[in-house]
Ligand binder design. Structure first.
Ligand code: HEC
Ligand code: HEC
Ligand code: HEC
Length: 435
């Protein structure tokens, strides 16, 4: 009995030849269409970068766009799906219309309603021409990967997807994007980028009890898991009115703005995967639009970047740095080698005074940074601070009590002294960072 089909050598050569000439003939008929598509595909690559499809649809260490990235929500964990053009487990069988409906209406195959963890309410305003380009990119430039989707753990009754029809009725605006009267073309373009492609509000706008965007507090700051996406409205105290255009440009291009802030956690991903690649025109348009966003105040009294003076640290003035302070000891042992004894920073190690994270009205980003460290790339530059949480590899792990004492020392000495935390706060943050 023959174990497998095998052709004699000469026959095999002929088969290859026939197959090859078939492909060659096909290619010969296509060059014009392909050249035209190449431009569209490249445009689509840029749109996909601006829309940051990669960040959510790629799991750490996984194949690009094959899904499986966990998104924790108050009602359970949702995994992003495989959006490579693989026919069985990906979106290889989606027609163009189905693709448009999934991205802009949150409707998947078989009328399956997508959870708004997929930011289709933002993408609803993406123009037809940008959608065409996205479709071309996903179909022809993304490698197909057959990888099963992971089931979500969303709890009853939120797992009844048809309930999303009602939610969409409340929060999905299907009107096409339009310029507004008295708006310059640059601001119109910036508004398109911020609200639709870059979907900045999905993190920076707080949510209502139904998890929809609280439009009265547009961009006024919101928790994102263990992190906090700060108020980026034009408010003089609570917002980013004191950031210059250069500060914002540096932040969006590199994740670092001197004596203002640095991007860690989810914002580090935004910079690494998306904003660093935007053209200067696009970044400037976003900044021009952010300057138009209505100011929304909160109850803080001072701007978060105003605490401490880099050249005359406030520890001496406030008399806090006593050797008896446990927090000070931990700071000296674990942090001062980089951030310096008086928190003033050096070279790539930022000062902890004039730092939006230590001056923040809450300690979320401070504690989350200590637990997870910082990892970010822009251009050839890699930024790295080790994690001191349970996953720490390079340094001593710090306990909840250690991190509480350390944070309180930092807040009192370099940052906003009215914010203090305890070990149970740190424990909650630690749990929120463990998927
Ligand atoms: C903030 C995270 C996030 C971003 C950004 C994001 N997605 Fe998604 N996407 C998801 C999640 C989560 C799901 C699965 C939702 C569900 O299971 O209901 C999903 C589902 C989808 C689906 C449906 C696939 C299917 O299996 O039916 C498509 C298509 C899709 N996304 C395309 C895109 C494209 C294109 C982009 C960029 C323009 C993008 N997504 C950006 C999180 C995201
Ligand atoms: C995935 C969630 C997410 C998205 C999307 C997002 N941000 Fe952020 N953003 C954050 C978080 C979290 C921080 C705090 C980071 C830190 O301090 O380490 C932040 C910080 C910032 C800061 C610095 C504020 C400060 O006081 O430190 C600016 C400016 C900013 N984001 C602008 C934007 C813009 C513009 C967009 C859209 C292009 C955007 N963000 C999209 C989560 C997000
Ligand atoms: C090996 C050097 C190193 C050590 C040790 C270190 N850091 Fe950092 N830290 C960094 C770098 C690098 C950054 C990011 C700089 C940037 O974003 O441009 C950073 C950023 C920060 C930020 C700002 C994060 C944000 O999201 O805004 C805080 C707060 C911080 N570190 C606190 C600490 C504390 C507390 C310790 C001690 C437990 C510590 N660091 C130890 C190098 C270090």
């Amino acid at each position: 009995m023959m174990r497998k089909t095998s052709f004699p050598r000469s026959t095999r050569a002929t088969l290859y030849l026939v197959a090859y000439s078939g492909v060659a003939a096909l290619m010969a008929t296509l060059p014009d269409a392909r050249a035209e598509d190449a431009g569209l595909v490249e445009k689509g690559r840029y749109i996909a970068t601006a829309a940051d499809c990669f960040a959510c649809h790629t799991s750490p260490g996984g194949k690009p766009f094959a899904g499986g990235y966990p998104i924790t929500t108050p009602v359970g964990t949702i995994y992003s799906t495989n959006i490579t053009p693989a026919p069985r487990t990906g979106i290889g069988n989606y027609t163009k219309a189905e693709f448009f409906d999934a991205v802009r209406r949150g409707v998947g195959h078989g009328n399956k309603r997508l959870y708004p963890a997929m930011p289709y309410t933002s993408y609803a305003g993406v123009t037809d021409s940008d959608m065409e380009a996205l479709y071309a990119f996903f179909n022809s430039a993304v490698a197909p990967v057959e990888q099963e989707n992971k089931p979500d753990t969303v709890r009853f009754p939120f797992n009844i997807r048809s309930g999303l029809v009602l939610w969409n009725w409340l929060y999905l605006d299907t009107r096409p994007f339009q310029a507004q009267p008295r708006e310059t073309p640059q601001i119109t373009h910036g508004r398109y980028l911020v609200n639709h492609l870059e979907h900045c509000g999905t993190c920076h706008t707080p949510r209502t009890i139904f998890m929809g965007p609280a439009s009265m507090r547009y961009l006024a700051g919101s928790s994102v898991g263990a992190w906090y996406a700060p108020n980026i409205t034009t408010d003089k105290v609570a917002g980013i009115a004191d950031w210059t255009d250069d500060d914002l440009r540096n932040y969006l291009k590199t994740g670092h703005a001197l004596n203002k802030g640095q991007a860690a956690g989810p914002m580090a991903e935004v910079v690494t995967n998306s904003t660093q690649f935007l053209t200067s025109n696009d970044v400037n348009a976003m900044i021009a639009y952010l300057r138009e966003v209505p100011a929304v105040a909160s109850d803080e009294k001072r701007s978060r970047t105003s605490y401490g003076t880099a050249d005359r640290p406030e520890d001496a003035a406030r008399g806090q740095a006593s050797p008896e302070d446990r927090g000070w000891k931990i700071f000296s042992g674990s942090c001062a080698s980089c951030h310096q004894a008086e928190g003033q920073g050096i070279n790539a190690y930022p000062s902890l005074t004039h730092n939006s994270t230590t001056g923040s009205p809450n300690a979320r980003n401070l504690v989350a940074t200590i637990l997870t460290g910082v990892e970010r790339r822009s251009g050839d530059n890699s930024v790295f601070m080790p994690a001191f949480g349970s996953g720490a590899l390079w340094v001593n792990r710090l306990s909840d009590q250690d991190i509480a004492d350390l944070s309180n020392f930092i807040l009192k000495t370099f940052g906003n002294p009215s914010v203090q935390v305890d070990a149970s706060y740190v424990a909650k943050q630690r749990a929120a960072l463990t998927p």
